[in-house]
Design a protein around this ligand. Structure first.
Ligand SMILES: CC(=O)SCCNC(=O)CCNC(=O)[C@H](O)C(C)(C)COP(=O)(O)OP(=O)(O)OC[C@H]1O[C@@H](n2cnc3c(N)ncnc32)[C@H](O)[C@@H]1OP(=O)(O)O
Ligand SMILES: O=C([O-])CC(=O)C(=O)O
Length: 439
């Protein structure tokens, strides 16, 4: 059983960590420059996250498997198709690639746990329809928090040794229920509240596509790919770090995930996926063409920069090459919609933007990230409501941040509380008025 398998892996790793710390706990792993504490802690190794690891050149690896490898090795809904996101969740939790049978069992477990109480829908319904989909979504998650096993058991006096199990239960419940909340947000906001019933025979992402109202088999494949590639990006990104941080106070998985998703809703992070399509639509409107030329794109990019704005979908805090998640989506586009004008515009932007950003001399990574591509694929299938795109990202990110939270509690991670200092304290230290920074 998945739970027992996870616990056995966690116990094994817990022992190894104990030993590592016993032998090497005092080993110095690097030095911190003053600039780093003013500049977003870039490059500082400060966290442990077991589910994935980011390489600046090669991109994300989930348990050492690249996106390419996952697309080949993970079980699929159909021959030659995209990997099943449940399989990635299993891999992140247990560290092993599951068999198709194991994934099917997990899909069935998620189906069984997917009931969302009526009051959660009523809470979301109370919001005006103009409310941003991410706000509606997080309100839904917060309403659902009343269901938390962790919160109930903690209130009843749960022992530390059981935290992992309560977190595991909440994680499975949340992953099962999140697509239902997300689909409700879409149908309520954009489809006059006409809710679609789940299809119990479909996998997690296939059923999500169905509940959104997209039964095209190709769209279901896109959802499977989308849910895999957005799931995790090691531990330091805003959504993963926030979920981990809030969870470290023993806030339950509902509270922790909701907190992380409020971070995902920022335009420099997950909201960039809506900003990209908004920016392209504005460009098309302004230039009065569906397919702007490279020269027209160049001028529009220069205008964007002159207005003091960022080019959405480009740049990254860690990556220094084209995001392999962008490439995976480009491959999907080449296979399924090579002549789509909007998708072709995204590819022309890819040829045009990097040299312009490079020429600024300050942008550390001029290449596209995951968000530069995702919207165009969705528009192709008719999902044009770009304000909704970050909710899709949030559904996927649940797989990574919640499996990480299971690891946090299973490994007995403590409350996170780094030290901060004031600039006055920095000045006192630089002037040698005090011996240690922070005194
Ligand atoms: C899923 C994800 O979260 S992926 C990221 C999604 N976000 C985006 O696509 C938004 C556009 N990109 C950006 O704003 C940035 O590249 C970030 C937020 C992703 C990374 O930020 P940083 O690590 O600070 O980037 P970097 O060190 O390269 O920034 C240096 C300078 O280049 C600028 N810069 C970086 N990327 C861009 C860009 N795409 N367009 C214009 N300027 C940029 C920064 O704003 C900064 O300018 P400043 O010194 O005047 O403040
Ligand atoms: O790694 C980051 O900082 C942002 C990102 O691409 C992600 O979270 O998917």
């Amino acid at each position: 059983m998945l739970k027992q398998k996870f616990k056995a892996q966690a116990d094994k790793l817990g022992e190894e960590i104990k030993q590592i710390l016993k032998e090497h706990g005092d080993t110095v792993i690097g030095e911190i420059k003053l600039s780093q504490i003013y500049q977003g802690m870039r490059g500082m190794i400060a966290l442990i996250s077991e589910t994935s690891l980011l390489d600046a050149q090669d991109g994300i690896r989930f348990r050492r498997h690249t996106i390419d490898e996952l697309r080949q090795k993970l079980p699929k809904a159909k021959e030659g198709g995209e990997p099943l996101p449940e399989a990635l969740f299993y891999l992140m939790l247990v560290g092993e690639i599951p068999t198709k049978e194991e994934v099917d069992t997990l899909s069935a477990i998620l189906q069984r746990r997917s009931h969302v109480p009526m009051y959660v829908y009523e809470t979301m319904k109370a919001l005006p329809t103009e409310t941003h989909p991410m706000t509606m979504f997080v309100v839904g998650i917060m309403a659902l928090q009343a269901e938390s096993v962790f919160a109930k058991r903690y209130a009843a006096g749960m022992s530390k040794k059981d935290y992992w199990e309560a977190t595991f239960e909440d994680t499975l419940d949340l992953i099962a229920r999140i697509p239902h909340i997300a689909a409700y947000v879409y149908r309520r906001k954009y489809k006059e509240g006409k809710i679609l019933h789940p299809d119990g025979l479909l996998d997690w992402a296939g059923n999500f596509a169905h509940m959104l109202g997209y039964d095209d088999e190709e769209f279901k494949e896109l959802m499977r790919l989308y849910m895999v590639i957005h799931a995790d990006h090691e531990g330091g990104n805003v959504s993963a770090h926030t979920t981990h941080l809030v969870g470290s106070a023993l806030s339950d998985p509902y509270l922790s995930y909701a907190a992380g998703m409020n971070g995902l809703a920022g335009p420099l992070h997950g909201l960039a996926n809506q900003e990209v399509i908004k920016w392209i639509f504005e460009m098309q409107r302004e230039l009065k063409t569906e397919s702007p030329t490279s020269e027209q794109i160049k001028q529009y990019v220069e205008k964007t920069l002159a207005e003091g704005k960022v080019v959405p979908g480009y740049g990254h805090a860690v990556l220094r090459k084209t995001d392999p998640r962008f490439i995976a989506q480009m491959e999907f586009g080449k296979k399924h919609m090579p002549d789509d004008p909007l998708v072709n515009t995204v590819w022309r932007i890819y040829e045009t933007v990097p040299p312009i950003l490079q020429s600024l001399g300050k942008v550390k990574n001029p290449w596209p990230n995951v968000d530069a591509h995702s919207g165009a694929l969705l528009v192709h299938y008719g999902l044009v409501e770009y304000e909704y795109y970050t909710v899709l990202f949030a559904v996927s990110r649940a797989l990574g941040v919640l499996s990480s939270l299971c690891w946090d509690r299973a490994l007995g991670m403590p409350i996170e509380r780094p030290k901060s200092v004031t600039t006055a304290a920095v000045k006192r230290w630089l002037n040698k008025e005090v011996e240690n920074l922070g005194d």
